[in-house]
Write a protein that binds this ligand. Structure first.
Ligand code: S3P
Length: 181
């Protein structure tokens, strides 16, 4: 397939374990584009793991760093596929950045579906138990919906199927176009 390009940055949002990182990576491979995982970028920038950042600075400190990283990535001249941390929608400032700078793909998953996809809970300090995860999903749902340009139901679909579904939505919306266009 010939290379394609993005006309705006694309942000993937959704709960921990919804598949944001794997789907954006797969889509980058399919379209010949570049993707960045915010948490990976943040960990390299701080030279600390996410649990270490939570331990040292608390959730508020983590959110401050996350907002800085979001601003940095949103302003990059090349449009990227950006997978965001699940809590990116908590701050109104972040929601404004997402809406203003990019096209937002919401990968919808229930807490139970997300839990089934997560192999290693130790890297996610806020995923404590299924009850609190369900409550967190319910609390964040209106925030994801507020920023979403398109919502994709993940259910039990595989990464490849989801990547092609997102690709079709981006093409339909004029966000993903042939590179020569
Ligand atoms: C968080 C989600 C994590 C990470 C941090 C906080 C959240 O990212 O940013 O542990 O508040 O939902 P993933 O959604 O990539 O797991």
């Amino acid at each position: 397939m010939s290379a394609m390009k993005l006309t705006r940055p694309v942000f993937f949002v959704g709960f921990m374990g919804a598949g944001k990182t794997s789907v954006s990576r797969k889509l980058a491979r399919i379209t010949g584009g570049a993707c960045v995982d915010m948490d990976t970028y943040l960990v390299r920038r701080q030279d600390m793991t996410i649990p270490e950042i939570f331990e040292k600075y608390g959730e508020d400190g983590f959110r401050d760093i996350e907002t800085d990283v979001l601003k940095e990535l949103a302003e990059k001249p090349d449009c990227l596929l950006i997978s965001c941390g699940g809590g990116i929608v908590k701050r109104p400032e972040n929601r404004e950045i997402l809406k203003q700078h990019g096209f937002v793909v919401f990968l919808f998953a229930t807490a139970d579906e997300a839990r089934a996809r997560i192999n290693d809970l130790s890297s996610r300090p806020l995923f404590n138990d299924i009850e609190s995860a369900r409550a967190m999903v319910a609390e964040r749902m209106p925030l994801y919906e507020e920023v979403a340009d398109v919502t994709i139901q993940t259910g039990s679909k595989g990464v490849g199927a989801l990547a092609y579904e997102v690709k079709a939505a981006l093409e339909r919306e004029g966000i993903l176009v042939p590179a020569e266009a």
